[in-house]
Structures are given as C-alpha cells and as structure tokens.
Design a protein around this ligand. Structure first.
Ligand SMILES: *Cc1c(COP(=O)(O)O)cnc(C)c1O
Length: 230
C-alpha cells in the first residue's frame, strides 16, 4: 500500500477515480462488502478554479480547514453547485462558530466545552443543522487539537446529553511518526463504545488502511488535487 507519489495536479478527475479504485481494490481483496467510505476532497489552500475541476468531475464532498478561507472561496462555487457539501476539518475558534454553522454541512473538529457551547448557541439561531464529529487527540499530543483521551467520556456526555448536539462520529489525525493503524483501531473502538456510527480517518498516505479499518469517510487532499500551493 505504498502511496503513489508524486500526485499530479493536472488530472483531478483521474486522481479521484484512482482514489476510488484503490479503495475498492483493498476492500475487495479483504472480502469487505460494506460501502466504500465517503471521499472528502480536502481543498484547503487550493484555488477555486482548481476545486471546480473536482466539481465538474461530479465530486460533491469537500473539506476545508479555515472558516475565513472557505467564506472567500465557496459562496461562488455553491451558486454553481448548490448540492456541494462542505466539511470543516480544521481548528475552529469559538467566535467563528456561528459562521461555521452557517456555511458548513459537517463540522468535524469539535474538541472542547467552550466550542460545544458556542455551536449549541449558533444552532439555536440558524435553521441549518450541520452534523458534528468530535475530534479525538488519539496520540495525546500536547500541541494538537482534539479531546484528550481521558476527557472524552465526559465531553461526549456534555455534547450529547446536556447540549443535545447532533454528534454523529469521531475524527482523528494520527501523530505523523506513529503507525496510523493503532490510532484508527483506537478511534473505531471509542466510536463503538459510544454508539457513534461514523469515523472520519485516513488521508492521502493512509486512506486505504483507514477504509479497511472501518472509516465511513476519508479526507484526501494531495492525492486528489496534487501538492498544495503555499
Ligand atoms: C490537510 C488535511 C487532510 C488532507 O491531507 P492530505 O495528506 O493532503 O490528504 C486531511 N485531514 C486534515 C484534518 C487536514 O488538515
């Protein structure tokens, strides 16, 4: 399962087809007949014109990591492709919660009580109801976003029971130097224990592994769009 490198920016449609083929191949080889995970095309730092190539190829699920950047790029794209769906996969400041609720269909980076309260308030003021993933810091890395493992049970209870937030799954971003399989397995176990059906895990380097380990969605940037501009 060596990643195919480098990824070309010239053939977004071909890259998308390739990602699907690679996932289907590993799932078939393991005899898994569940549906292929949803492919979130991570378009952070990519230009609107480049994103259009994926839209023209029929792709509809996209990931962005900054509210402001998404607000700059997506209103025009959504006018042409109103059925496109946006996932927020980056750190969200509480004071941007209302903006995020207004623009995104899925917020995958819910990771602290202050943000949970801000999102709950924003949901009360908007008629949009994005679904929510809790980001888990599976590697317990001090500088990284995500709920600490020993705070997860309480945080899920706060979100679901007290604030009645529509939590549908868990998301993780494994430490770069670790074997991602350990983190995918842990995330799957945590989701199962809390009866959360969805798992957002796997990126360009490890989406096939994530698909095998039960991802309901993979977040793939470079393998679809090519290298990100700086
Ligand atoms: C950038 C990013 C990705 C995609 O990374 P690639 O390696 O380009 O596929 C996935 N998830 C998150 C949270 C990201 O920030």
């Amino acid at each position: 399962m060596m990643p195919k490198q480098p990824y070309s920016a010239d053939d977004v449609a071909g890259n998308l087809a390739d990602v699907k083929t690679r996932i289907d191949a590993v799932m078939l080889a393991q005899g898994l007949d569940r549906p292929r995970p949803l492919i979130i095309a991570v378009s952070k730092r990519q230009s609107a014109d480049h994103i259009r190539r994926a839209l023209e190829a029929g792709h509809r699920h996209f990931g962005e990591n900054k509210v402001q950047e998404a607000q700059d790029k997506w209103p025009a794209l959504l006018r042409d492709y109103p059925d496109a769906r946006l996932h927020l996969i980056g750190h969200l400041q509480s004071n941007k919660a209302a903006d995020a609720v207004a623009l995104f269909d899925v917020i995958e980076s819910l990771d602290r009580p202050k943000l949970a309260h801000a999102i709950a308030k924003a949901l009360g003021q908007h008629n949009k109801q994005p679904s929510l993933f809790i980001q888990v810091n599976t590697g317990d890395e001090p500088q990284k976003s995500g709920v600490a493992l020993d705070e997860l049970d309480d945080f899920i209870a706060l979100c679901r029971d007290d604030l009645e937030l529509p939590i549908t799954g868990l998301m993780c971003l494994p430490p770069v130097d670790d074997d991602p399989a350990l983190h995918f397995a842990l995330l799957a176990k945590l989701a199962q224990r809390h009866h959360l059906p969805q798992l957002s895990m796997g990126m360009s380097g490890d989406f096939e592994l994530a698909a095998l380990m039960g991802a309901s969605q993979v977040r793939v940037g470079t393998a679809i769009f090519g290298p990100r501009p700086d």
